[in-house]
Design a protein around this ligand. Sequence first.
Ligand code: AR6
Length: 163
Amino acid sequence: MIEVVRADITQLKLDAIVNAANNSLLGGGGVDGAIHSAAGPQLLEACRKLDGCPTGEARLTPGFNLPAAWVIHTVGPVWHGGDSDEASQLRNCYINSLDLARDKGLRSIAFPCISTGVYGYPRRQAAVIAVAAMREYENQFDKIICCCFSDSDVWIYQKVMAS
Ligand code: AR6
């Protein structure tokens, strides 16, 4: 089942939440900053050992002080106008995160709207990619959550889900 919710992803008690990180995996602002501050300093220690992450790939750490058991860190593309492979890189974020979660036996997972904050990806185009990827994996999870941080994102996802 795919659900669209408006929430702070750090509050969700699920098997995994996904972090929209950067290539260093050493923290930042936005949802990345919120996840690190809620998880506590052990998360940064765990991330240091991962030695970064290429754009479109995904890495797993425990959730530490988060209600979620695991964090999947993925790195979305920076939007450069759409001709720089952004769409396939964004799709890879979702696919690789879902593959990692499934292979670890996780049953519930929430995604933020990857790349649509600081990285500037157009929100509707990003939602179309996100929902298409989630639909491919829907039967392999109990719950896949689109965790929106604003009412306008909820509205975009609801429109995309209905189409
Ligand atoms: N819960 C859910 N969604 C959130 C939260 C939250 N607590 N906080 C923000 N969002 P962004 P990006 C939404 O900028 O565009 C970081 O510095 C936000 O409204 O966090 O992939 C990293 O270190 C937006 O819809 O991620 C990277 O350097 C979405 O999360 C860079 O930002 C993504 O916004 C990654 O940029």
